[in-house]
Design a protein. Structure first.
Length: 282
């Protein structure tokens, strides 16, 4: 078991401002796959000039986070894949500790995540608190950094193709835990996540973020807990988002627009519309 058994997978979308810091922090894993959802030829050329070992796939269609990661998983030839957001930076010992974790856990895991200064894990069952010397046995981890066991993830069905953005990793973890699989956070491997900086498309990302957060929230709760539970979660938010959209309109147009997109995302979910909203590129 060595670094040759691990590939790094990164989904990008207009990520030139952060991707090079991320790549610079990867010291030992040489197999790297980037799937770019924005068909960014210019950034691909820059990366290839500096890193000849990296495979870069450009897509003319924006598939979103989960589906793009599925495409990386299918292209991955190693047993393990370290999924990273482009706005993450590995600590100098992160790869070393992740490799040690694979050996210590003897492959009895679906996901191992490095730990972030911001809590990047949680529990579906609030009474569950399994802390070991170097590991936390968790129910879910955040999707910006996940070392996955390819075989087990494929068996679970990978990421839900219906989700474009947000909660796709929580949905995957929910299915893994339900089937008896194990998810861990290693407290020895550290990672820094510069949240909401993975793309440089400005306010278009804010609109996209708000729309998909509410659509995915409704979809996730309906999928796992039923229609009426999802309505119970989302209907109060529709009321308050409409109220805030109206109140902010005269004083802060951008905030008003953000709440409008939250509102539209919720309504689209309730009417069973697909996750259709895409940010516009100049």
């Amino acid at each position: 078991m060595n670094y040759k058994d691990i590939t790094v997978g990164i989904v990008t979308f207009k990520s030139e401002n952060v991707i090079f810091d991320c790549l610079k922090s990867i010291k030992y894993i040489k197999k790297i796959i980037i799937f770019d959802n924005s068909n960014d030829i210019r950034t691909k050329i820059k990366i290839k000039k500096k890193y000849s070992n990296i495979q870069i796939f450009l897509s003319k269609k924006n598939f979103g986070y989960g589906v793009a990661n599925n495409k990386i998983i299918k292209r991955c030839k190693t047993k393990y894949l370290l999924i990273l957001n482009p706005d993450t930076i590995l600590s100098k010992n992160c790869e070393i500790e992740l490799l040690k974790s694979i050996k210590k856990l003897k492959r009895n895991f679906s996901i191992i995540s490095p730990i972030s200064k911001d809590k990047n894990y949680g529990f579906f069952n609030k009474s569950k608190k399994n802390f070991y010397k170097d590991f936390i046995d968790v129910d879910y981890v955040k999707g910006f950094a996940m070392l996955i066991n390819i075989k087990k993830i494929k068996k679970a069905g990978m990421f839900d193709k219906n989700i474009f953005l947000y909660l796709e990793e929580i949905d995957l973890c929910k299915r893994l835990i339900k089937s008896g699989e194990k998810i861990f956070v290693t407290t020895k491997a550290k990672i820094n996540h510069i949240a909401a900086n993975s793309t440089n498309i400005g306010f278009e990302f804010e609109k996209c973020r708000n729309w998909h957060w509410m659509w995915s929230k409704y979809y996730y709760n309906k999928k796992h807990f039923g229609y009426f539970y999802a309505l119970k979660i989302v209907l109060p938010k529709i009321f308050f988002d409409f109220l805030k959209m109206t109140l902010f309109f005269p004083v802060n147009i951008n905030k008003s627009i953000s709440y409008k997109y939250r509102l539209f995302g919720s309504i689209s979910g309730i009417f069973n519309l697909p996750s259709f909203f895409r940010p516009k590129l100049k």
